[in-house]
Design a protein around this ligand. Structure first.
Ligand SMILES: [Zn+2]
Length: 274
């Protein structure tokens, strides 16, 4: 059983202008090829021809049981997320989490304007995923996405479950401390490379993640598998998960159990052992 808790349907430099429908077909084909049972699709902090809005994504995925939608907050652009409609979608269950893009969208993780967003997350008991660490865009402000800032909100909003995306790369030790200290913080291991790992870079990342685990303890409690597809390829990323050489129970938790609980993904019983 494998849940990829971090994929996108955006077009990046490789495929500008590609229709979302084709991206969905590609996603489902890659999932089938690599035996990924379920994918959590995160919408963007802006919507344009290359970044479908949450409304478009919900419509095109049409409650496909292989996918779950997490709504990206559009906070500083001209088409801001309307919190009333976000609440409607959470209530209906068409979206099952909120994603923040601090640094890309110009605010910091602990920006006071987010209070209303965190209150909504607590009310519907849905996770808040936060882009943390290195940004793919040069015009983003990386300090605003530093994982240490997640501690501020984890303490102020103990009823909210937060997810540090990308392990806060490259601030792995800061992320390990925030995870160790706060039971309401989780992390995904997505996006630690682009495309494919080189041999040396994969070794380097395995070492960093093992150091984190040494410090924070049981990785099965808080870490989740995510790739960041299409920015990374699914095959090499699944191989990366297994290169961490963790005990079976921890691998199961990281591969699907923690994500199934957090995003309330229904897992067929016969799939649970494989
Ligand atoms: Zn991502």
């Amino acid at each position: 059983m494998l849940i990829d808790c971090h994929v996108h349907l955006n077009n990046y430099a490789e495929n500008p202008g590609r229709p979302t429908k084709e991206n969905v077909e590609d996603l489902l084909a890659k999932m089938a090829e690599h035996s990924v049972d379920h994918a959590v699709v995160l919408t963007s902090y802006k919507s344009n021809v290359d970044r479908p809005s949450v409304e478009e994504v919900i419509e095109i995925l049409a409650n496909d049981p292989r996918t779950t939608v997490v709504e990206g907050l559009r906070w500083r652009s001209e088409s801001r997320t309307d919190l009333y409609t976000l609440e409607d979608r959470l209530r209906e269950g068409t979206v099952k989490g909120i994603k923040l893009y601090p640094g890309y969208d110009k605010y910091a993780i602990n920006d006071p304007s987010l209070e209303s967003v965190f209150r909504i997350a607590a009310k519907y008991d849905v996770p808040v995923m936060i882009h943390c660490g290195d940004t793919y865009a040069k015009d983003a402000k990386v300090r605003q996405a530093h994982p240490l800032l997640v501690d501020d909100v984890a303490v102020d909003y103990p009823d909210v479950k937060f997810v540090i995306c990308h392990l806060g790369n490259p601030w792995f030790q800061d992320t390990a401390e925030v995870l160790y200290k706060n039971d309401n913080v989780y992390a995904d291991i997505s996006g630690l490379t682009l495309g494919d790992f080189t041999y040396e870079f994969e070794r380097y990342m395995v070492k960093r993640v093992k150091e984190m685990i040494m410090y924070m303890g049981d990785p099965g409690r808080q870490l989740m598998y995510g790739s960041d597809w299409p920015l990374v390829r699914m095959g090499p990323y699944i191989k990366f998960l297994h290169s961490l050489e963790l005990p079976d129970e921890a691998i199961d938790n990281i591969a699907w159990r923690t994500a199934a609980k957090l995003f309330r993904i229904r897992v067929p019983e016969q799939r649970q052992d494989s």
